[in-house]
Design a binder for this molecule. Sequence first.
Ligand SMILES: [Zn+2]
Length: 79
Amino acid sequence: MSRVLIVIVIFMVIYLLLKYYRKQIPKKDVPSDEKSEHRENMVRCAHCGVHLPKGESIAVDHKHYCSEAHRRAHIGEPE
Ligand SMILES: [Zn+2]
């Protein structure tokens, strides 16, 4: 009977530890400052409408494009 009690106590400790760590993880992984900063840096391709980070886009005349091919296609330049 004492073995059963030990097993129950072990499971309760594991459960409480998991519960404790789950509360800690979201705060560390998604800081609110970083999240809002990430959203501000997203731009939309003027040709296909896909969203991509500003740093990866091609900016021409205040418009952003996801690739060189879409920039050409949008201004009517042959590929
Ligand atoms: Zn595009």
